[in-house]
Write a protein that binds this ligand. Structure first.
Ligand SMILES: Nc1ncnc2c1ncn2[C@@H]1O[C@H](COP(=O)(O)OP(=O)(O)OP(=O)(O)O)[C@@H](O)[C@H]1O
Ligand SMILES: [Mg+2]
Length: 249
């Protein structure tokens, strides 16, 4: 596949739609995106889902670096960017070109928030992701840190993990306290990012159903001009039908 960069900030030229969610850990973005996915599929749309840090190419290396705690802010940032580049070209662009709706759980804004808190330059990380395309809709789930903590500790995931709590930054020896400081700094970065990239702010303290209703209304509105392309399968059927020999002959 040829990799033709689109000018940063410009709308992408593909027939599909890219919808992304952002927010700190525990803000409820995966919960909302999953519900949106089910709703879109029920409406008959073809949907492709992709999430941060999940490419086969990079996954094992990141895992290894996390395990032996050898990741520096720059290597962490570069690994995430590599993961993103791989998924952009293999998972995001092909379905968008085929006219599908792509849902992404976290996008480049996660790097702009987290990597900068880890000490990476804001300009450098924005340039690093300059190959990325602009999403059609970007939702930011805004939630106070204490709400996120109580949701996460009250859920099934148990204690925070080392990097998720920012323990590599020596903010506190206590996991929860480190998480609180680290994620509060990320929140402050997100506040800047929301203005800079015009993300849609969702009140993520509301209950799950209320947020989903708002999200669906906004997506419905944004999909008004969306005409899904017929897939290649449909075209192939038509092609062969043209050459069908009538049964009577
Ligand atoms: N609006 C809500 N009210 C109460 N609890 C919620 C709400 N939304 C999600 N939760 C619960 O909070 C927890 C975290 O939600 P979720 O996994 O969706 O967050 P997330 O933003 O995707 O977090 P992460 O970034 O760690 O993946 C889950 O147990 C979920 O059921
Ligand atoms: Mg999630």
């Amino acid at each position: 596949m040829t990799e033709q960069p689109i000018p940063a900030g410009a709308p992408h030229p593909y027939p599909g739609k890219l919808i992304i969610v952002e927010g700190i850990d525990g803000s409820g973005k995966s919960t909302q995106l999953l519900l949106l996915n089910k709703w879109l599929e029920a409406k008959g749309h073809k949907v492709f889902f992709t999430e941060w840090n999940s490419s086969e190419l990079v996954k094992d290396t990141t895992k290894k670096g996390k395990k032996n705690k050898s990741l520096t802010p720059t290597t962490f940032s570069l690994l995430h960017a590599t993961d993103f580049a791989s998924r952009l070209y293999h998972d995001i662009l092909p379905p968008l070109k085929a006219g599908m709706i792509v849902l992404a759980d976290r996008y480049m804004y996660t790097a702009f928030a987290r990597d900068v808190v880890r000490g990476v330059s804001p300009d450098w990380v924005r340039k690093l992701y300059s190959f990325a395309i602009k999403p059609d809709m970007a939702f930011y789930f805004k939630v106070p840190i204490e709400v996120a903590i109580s949701r996460l500790l009250g859920g099934t995931r148990g204690q925070f993990k080392y990097y998720e709590a920012g323990m590599d930054m020596n903010l506190s020896q206590d996991l929860t306290e480190s998480f609180r400081i680290f994620q509060s700094r990320i929140l402050a970065q997100y506040d800047k990012i929301v203005d800079e990239f015009q993300l849609i702010t969702m009140d993520a303290t509301k209950d799950i159903a209320a947020q989903q209703e708002t999200m669906r209304k906004l997506v419905d509105e944004a999909l008004k001009d969306y005409k899904p392309r017929r897939g290649t399968h449909g075209r192939r059927t038509l092609f062969w039908r043209r050459f069908d020999v009538p049964k009577s002959e």
